[in-house]
Write a protein that binds this ligand. Structure first.
Ligand code: 9MR
Length: 348
């Protein structure tokens, strides 16, 4: 893999493209960050990817490189090579970084899941992980998905190594440790299928309301927003987001994509455009919706086809980095209405 200096050197050969305007320029006026998940391997290897990334987005989230199995594949040996490359790229291009993710049931290293640790040991291991990783990125990662996907669809807490070892309070403890490690970082809980109202969203609401009341440090809730044109648009999404901001929390759309059954047709692209536009419109209508992040920006590199057989084309750029109708929907929404209240969220 190329070193950070190599990536920087390649950019200096005139591939920056940062003088063309992109979504980030329109987003600035609307006081919302517009971001994407980034695959650092592709960042290293594809010039076109770097160019579009720098031009369009002012927020980045590592798609996999800050997950536990990536950072600590061998116990005690922390490897920040790939994640630092992204953080450095972001710094050079004036992008904020959303860290993803510290406490999850998935993509854990084998030494941890197969380690036969006691509950006390697991709690210590988690504490050390949060402190080590957040201290490493202190001041360079502005927001963290501290806890990822804690709920089942019916609103019960998901069975996980953390729930089993520490009980439901693993969430509050993790947030507290995260706050101690980097008091300026914005701390989020992030989940999917909570965009509309329903048992899972109600459970998230109840959880964060309780955390707020107990004085646990939490800044916001991440609504992943992995949608598909065949499933319908989430019910009452704006009201749903608003009830969270009414608690004094921020909200962000953190992993937006809108998949479709293949093959791609103009009709499906038009439907997808409508979904992307409605998602951005919803975010912009909610004071306190601080960022809108897509989970990959090009169909050339998206998790969707590998996970859902026969589905894909879920992002705003096609496989050749040509903007799709969905892209123009985002741009149109960002240019449409004026007068969104200003926010100091990202400046602190
Ligand atoms: O996009 C990620 C993909 O490359 C990984 O293989 C996968 C493994 O679990 O994780 C994907 O990202 C997920 C994110 O971390 C959390 N929310 C759901 C995302 C899509 O599965």
């Amino acid at each position: 893999m190329a070193s950070p200096t190599t990536i920087a050197a390649m950019e200096n050969k005139g591939v920056k493209g940062k003088h063309d305007s992109g979504l980030r320029d329109y987003a600035k006026r609307r006081v919302v960050k517009v971001g994407t998940a980034v695959d650092v391997n592709v960042l290293t290897n594809e010039q076109q990817y770097r160019k579009v990334l720098a031009r369009e987005f002012n927020s980045v989230t590592p798609e996999n490189e800050m997950k536990w199995e990536a950072i600590e594949p061998t116990r005690g040996q922390l490897n920040f090579t790939a994640s630092d490359q992204l953080v450095n790229f972001a710094r050079r291009h004036g992008q904020v970084v959303r860290g993803h993710t510290l406490v999850w049931h998935n993509q854990l290293p084998q030494w941890l899941t197969g380690g036969n640790f006691t509950n006390e040991e697991l709690e210590q291991i988690l504490h050390k992980h949060i402190i080590d990783v957040m201290k490493h990125f202190k001041g360079r990662v502005q927001a963290w998905d501290v806890v990822n996907e804690p709920f089942n669809e019916d609103g019960t807490l998901r069975d996980s190594i953390w729930l089993r070892a520490m009980g439901p309070d693993y969430i509050a403890k993790s947030l507290q440790w995260a706050h101690e490690a980097d008091p300026h970082a914005k701390l989020y809980i992030n989940d999917y299928n909570i965009e509309g109202t329903g048992p899972k969203s109600d459970a998230m609401y109840k959880l964060v309301k309780d955390l707020k009341e107990r004085g646990v440090p939490i800044d916001g809730v991440g609504f992943q927003s992995h949608l598909g044109i065949q499933y319908g648009f989430p019910e009452n999404m704006q009201q749903n987001l608003q009830r969270f901001t009414d608690l004094g929390l921020k909200v962000s759309l953190t992993e937006v994509d809108v998949r479709m059954p293949l093959p791609v047709t103009d009709e499906k692209l038009a439907e997808q455009k409508d979904y992307f536009g409605r998602l951005m419109d919803t975010c912009l209508r909610v004071k306190g919706c601080e960022s809108f992040t897509v989970w990959g920006f090009t169909d050339a590199h998206s998790w969707v086809p590998g996970w859902f057989t026969g589905q894909g084309a879920a992002t705003p750029f096609d496989e050749s980095y040509r903007p799709k109708p969905a892209y123009f929907a985002l741009r149109d929404e960002l240019t449409k209405r004026a007068g969104r209240p200003s926010s100091e969220f990202w400046d602190k």
